[in-house]
Design a binder for this molecule. Sequence first.
Ligand code: AKG
Length: 257
Amino acid sequence: MEALTQAQRFFFETNGYLVIEDALPPGELARLRAACDEAEALWRADPRRRGVRRPDLEQVIAILEYGPLFVEMLEHPRIFPMIRELLGPDVMLLDHDYFITPAGATIHRGWHYDENFPSVYHPRSRLMVKVFYVLQDIDWNGGGTVILPGSHSYPPGQLPNPDVPEDMPSSVRMALPAGAAYLMAGRTYHCVGNNLTGVERRLLIYTYGHKWMKVWDGYEHPAEVLAQATTPMRRQLLGMTDPYGPNAPYPEAAEVA
Ligand SMILES: O=C(O)CCC(=O)C(=O)O
């Protein structure tokens, strides 16, 4: 059975992103928020922990290191099959973060591609897909990601970078309820929105690529995370398999000996 409906597939291929409104049921969302609160408290208590600490962005780098639930999220039963279908069976994790946009944060000329390799222009290939899990309601002015639909099929270097993110013509705002998720292609032009509310915005972000790519610098997995690779797919996702060897079967419940 295919993970994406035909309508979802067409939408993603045409627009370079896709919203899944009810990705996390209430119980799962509550567990995830509790785990994120715990991670955030640890991170705030110890400035040596890796991250970005700026008035316009707080980023807990390498969220997998903060507990097993974040590792389980790699293979989220609703979302991961969609990602695997979009990227192919050689899917691997590239980076993983917990993002907090502080209340009042404003972003200037922040539009960018995640997949910005000027010497590689293969508009019909897909190197990266990112999933954003929305942990609390995001208001219209609450700093939701601003996305330019269809920009993944433009040649790089041709799009403007307005000072106010929301001024980009034809852009859409990811103002979404808690429990939603959205997928975005690595070549889709996007920006963090201005958070004009009094509420912080919190998101979990996982970026997937292919197993012949390199895990992003700074996200190399420590032994405690690798020890949680209990299935062939997790081993592949964590970069523990031969980049050019056979792909992990999926679905696959078998434990690794
Ligand atoms: O926080 C966001 O809305 C977008 C984050 C972003 O730009 C990125 O992950 O590349």
